[in-house]
Write a protein that binds this ligand. Structure first.
Ligand code: ADP
Ligand code: MG
Length: 411
């Protein structure tokens, strides 16, 4: 069966999205493959289809437990034998799953990178015929990335010690040229097997607003969009609590999510939002990685995030279904001070701090640029210059400005 047939038969999709097919083919041709594709671009299909077509097991390294469970549930619903192994399982369940994996029961096995640091687990893995190792969110490998995880680094080291090397496929939504080079070097990818699907998301309308009152803005937005599901991101738990309470007191149905809540509360909030039992979610950046809600119509950042990678990833949770959606950044100069402070307070090496400050500068530049916002992202992430989106607040302003000039000329 060909990849396209599987896409029809297993997933029920009529055609590949941009970039998907070449990535699938590269992996199937036995190349270590790195794919940079925007959030919602459809990365999962790119490694799941090869996993179905290859002999042996595909190991998928994925950073979050919640993400893993969703993916595996989804695969099982599609009738694909898959499982995950993580800290929520008992030792006995883990043994059983590994034994099943060794017997070839599963096509895909999801694990967190930390698991591969265990010698015992590595020993067990040696008994399993591995054909493909997929590394999701591969930017976590690079210390220049925005979510560096040391366990990703040791994963790369472990892979380099394997005698029988499976094919490696790495995926990320956000990788600057620097991060890309880092990933390619650590996992030995050749440039010709690195695929970059444009970071532009045509259905997203980006805008930046300066000097807005956050609560008034949120209130007004919900009034004007009474049926749109969306997310308000705040920088701190306190801001989340405050905005959440305020919106509820005005009669809007919103949940909240941050790391200060119990596991149960967070689970409940996530489900309420996922199943449209509430309209909005007020959250810190603890919320999001791995939520698979396709109809998020807006993502409003009440404070500026610390860099463009984080911003693009969080904002990119809007409009995964391809429908028009809004990504709004509310900028206030005090956000810059907050982020500077957070960087200084963190326990990073001086060089990394300097790097973070540099990224913050780029983020601030985004908030002030008059250029197309989509284009600003695209250039930041190493795309070739392209045409303006005519959809972001800057492009629309530009439109207004020219109109005014034309009017003026007429007069
Ligand atoms: P990513 O991991 O890149 O953020 P996903 O793999 O989660 O994205 O896919 C995002 C959404 O796009 C999912 O709902 C998925 O089912 C859908 N999708 C992926 N590929 C296709 C396709 N070829 N045609 C239609 N929908 C697709
Ligand atoms: Mg994904």
């Amino acid at each position: 069966m060909k990849p396209l047939d599987l896409l029809h038969k297993v997933y029920g999709f009529t055609s590949f999205r941009p970039g998907q097919e070449v990535i699938v083919e590269s992996i199937l041709a036995g190349h270590n493959t790195l794919a940079i594709m925007p959030t919602g671009g459809g990365k999962s299909v790119c490694y799941q289809i090869p996993a179905l077509m290859m002999d042996g097991l595909s190991l998928v390294v994925s950073p979050l437990i919640s993400l893993m469970k969703d993916q595996v549930d989804h695969l099982n619903q599609l009738g694909i034998p898959a499982a995950y192994i993580n800290s929520t399982l008992s030792a006995k369940e883990m043994q059983t799953r590994l034994a099943d994996a060794a017997r070839g029961v599963y096509r895909l096995l999801y694990v967190a990178p930390e698991r591969l640091e265990s010698d015992r687990f590595r020993q067990l893995l040696y008994q399993v015929p591995l054909s493909l190792i997929t590394i999701d969110e591969a930017h976590c490998i690079s210390q220049w990335g925005h979510d560096f995880r040391p366990s990703y680094r040791s994963l790369a080291q472990w892979i380099s010690t394997l005698v029988q090397r499976p094919i490696i496929a790495a995926f990320t939504a956000t990788a600057t040229q620097e991060v890309r080079n880092d990933i390619a070097q650590l996992l030995s990818f050749q440039p010709k097997h690195i695929f970059v699907t444009g970071v532009k998301r045509e259905n997203l309308a980006f805008s930046v607003f300066h000097g807005e009152n956050i609560r008034d803005f949120a209130l007004q937005y919900l009034r004007e969009h009474p049926t749109d599901p969306g997310i308000f991101y705040c920088a701190t738990r306190k801001e989340v609590d405050g905005l959440h309470q305020f919106l509820r007191s005005r009669g809007f149905s919103v949940s909240k999510y941050h790391a200060g809540l119990t596991e149960n509360e967070r689970q409940q909030a996530q489900e309420d939002f996922s199943f449209d039992r509430v309209q909005g979610m007020v959250a810190t950046n603890a919320f999001g990685m791995g939520i698979d809600k396709s109809n998020v119509r807006f993502v409003i950042h009440c404070q500026m995030p610390r860099n463009l990678e984080s911003y693009y990833q969080e904002a990119g949770r809007a409009g995964r279904d391809g429908e028009t959606s809004e990504c709004i950044l509310l900028f206030s100069p005090s956000d810059v001070q907050t982020q500077k402070y957070l960087i200084e307070q963190s326990h990073m090496a001086p060089q990394l701090k300097q790097n973070e400050h540099q990224k913050l500068t780029e983020m601030v530049r985004y908030a002030h640029t008059q250029a197309c916002l989509q284009e600003t992202f695209a250039l930041y992430f190493g795309d070739q210059p392209g045409k303006s989106c005519s959809n972001c607040s800057n492009c629309l302003d530009e439109g207004e400005r020219t109109d005014v000039t034309v009017e003026a000329q007429k007069i």
